[in-house]
Design a protein around this ligand. Structure first.
Ligand code: NAD
Length: 283
């Protein structure tokens, strides 16, 4: 039976480490501030934004909250981002996605200064990750690396198969695993014979966005399986992209949903906010 990779516990450790660093910075007269912008009042976004603000409060990071009406124009949003880019006391800027349809997501991501891009979505951040330069890394994949390292999963030389190639999970995940010296295969919706490929994985990372898609027939005996997916099933219960009950019988370690990858995303956002201080000092 697979070992459970406890994202709840590991995310708490990371948040407590952040809290200590923030306290050290405070002693040196340095405070950290995250600006969180939400346009419109999508209920799921409101929950995410509130959780981020709560995590800031727990860690001792100041948060500035901008709740803008749905009809905010792209120009108005860009003007606010530019104002925050210029503000010395703001270390990180986060625009909660998705933005309303009349606003172009790419333009917004590109407008955030790469020095304050704590989500790690700016093309400069992604480019820096690609060529191994310092910069912010997308929180969910960065959290998965922490999960693997802190449960003593050896990455170097292992075959890692990533299912999914999205800009926020699949692609940065593949780059991070490469940085950790894994041999990486990226699969996606046009991949042929998916099972044949996933069955070769020592580490299988599933970000396909389809509930319980991956069952034990996709998994090699003893593989480590990371489930990025979050869905609500017909009984309103959370489930992942992996059929946990089936895969746990064959994997050596597995992340549950909830309590696996999910809590790591906010913890890594907090870590990015803390790291912003040294990144901004370097520049
Ligand atoms: P996405 O929809 O942008 O990407 C899904 C990817 O799966 C695509 O690249 C697509 O090519 C691939 N895919 C689709 N069908 C496939 C198939 N049959 N075979 C192989 N590949 C296929 O999703 P995303 O934003 O990367 O998110 C993936 C999942 O992770 C979702 O369930 C999402 O809710 C979840 N998620 C969780 C967190 C978290 O904090 N835990 C963060 C981000 C996303």
């Amino acid at each position: 039976m697979a070992e459970l990779i406890d994202g709840k516990m590991i995310s708490t450790l990371i948040k407590d480490e952040c809290k200590e660093k923030v306290a050290e910075y405070k002693k040196q007269g340095i405070s950290i501030c995250l600006a969180v912008i939400q346009v419109g009042n999508d209920p799921a976004s409101s929950v995410y934004v509130n959780n981020k603000k709560k995590a800031c409060a727990y860690i001792g990071i100041d948060s500035l909250s901008y709740e803008l009406p749905e009809e905010t124009t792209q120009e108005e949003l860009l003007a606010l981002i530019e104002e925050l880019n210029q503000k010395k006391e703001v270390n990180g800027i986060l625009v909660q996605l998705p933005v309303p349809k009349h606003i172009d997501e790419k333009t917004i991501i590109n407008a955030i200064s790469p020095k304050k891009d704590v989500d790690g979505f700016h093309p400069q951040s992604v480019g820096s990750l690609c060529i191994g330069q310092p910069g912010f890394v997308s929180c969910t994949p960065a959290g998965i690396i922490e999960l693997l390292k802190r449960t003593n999963v050896d990455i170097s030389g292992k075959h890692c198969v990533v299912i999914g190639r999205s800009n926020i999970v699949g692609k940065p995940m593949a780059l991070l695993m490469l940085r950790e010296n894994a041999t990486v295969t990226v699969t996606h919706s046009k991949t042929k014979n998916l099972k044949e490929i996933t069955k070769q994985a020592d580490i299988l990372i599933v970000a396909i966005g389809k509930p319980k898609f991956v069952n034990s027939s996709y998994v090699k005996d003893g593989a480590v399986v990371i489930d990025v997916g979050i869905h609500r099933n017909e009984d309103n219960k959370l489930c992942g992209d992996v059929d946990f009950e089936s895969v746990k019988t064959i994997a050596s370690a597995i992340t549950p949903v909830p309590g696996g990858v999910g809590p790591m995303t906010i913890a890594m956002l907090m870590k990015n906010c803390v790291d912003s201080v040294s990144l901004q000092q370097e520049n």
